[in-house]
Design a protein around this ligand. Structure first.
Ligand code: FES
Ligand code: FES
Length: 149
């Protein structure tokens, strides 16, 4: 049993301490916006924020997330108002199938908090999420739009 703080709410999860955080989020907390892609920290589909830092939740044991502030895509909007990254995603029609997009958005939201005006080089270095639909150009445009918002 572990106690997690997800999107500002304390949630008790009945899992082994070494269970990946991703599964506690999806199966115990019922927040299925965070996706499973590779399970080995390569694709970024499972990205959430841990104390504000973009983190690939498929390789973080639940025990390491206890006491930290976990934010998932479901908690990114504030009082029903979309985050500026989400707004830019809608305006630029970024998603195709959508599978990778929640992780992509969480990674970009963390990037813009650290670097409000990222260059293309910053984006290339930081946003290493994989999109099988090839939305990378739209992602880049939307990041620059969100940075201006
Ligand atoms: S599922 Fe975590 S990085 Fe791919
Ligand atoms: S939008 Fe389909 S995998 Fe990225």
């Amino acid at each position: 049993m572990a106690r997690l703080t997800i999107n500002g709410k304390t949630t008790e999860v009945n899992v082994e301490p070494n269970t990946p955080l991703l599964w506690a989020i999806r199966e115990q907390a019922g927040l299925t916006g965070t996706k499973y892609g590779c399970g080995i920290a390569q694709c970024g589909a499972c990205t959430v924020h841990l104390d504000g830092a973009a983190t690939r939740s498929c390789i973080v044991p639940v025990a390491a997330a206890e006491g930290k502030k976990i934010t998932t895509i479901e908690g990114l909007a504030t009082n029903g108002v979309l985050h500026k990254v989400q707004k830019a995603w809608v305006e630029h029609e970024v998603p195709q199938c959508g599978y990778c997009q929640t992780g992509m958005i969480m990674a970009v939201a963390a990037l813009l908090k650290d670097k409000p005006k990222p260059t293309d080089a910053d984006i290339d270095k930081t946003i290493t999420n994989i999109c099988r639909c090839g939305t990378f150009q739209q992602v880049r445009q939307a990041i620059h739009a969100a940075a201006k918002a």
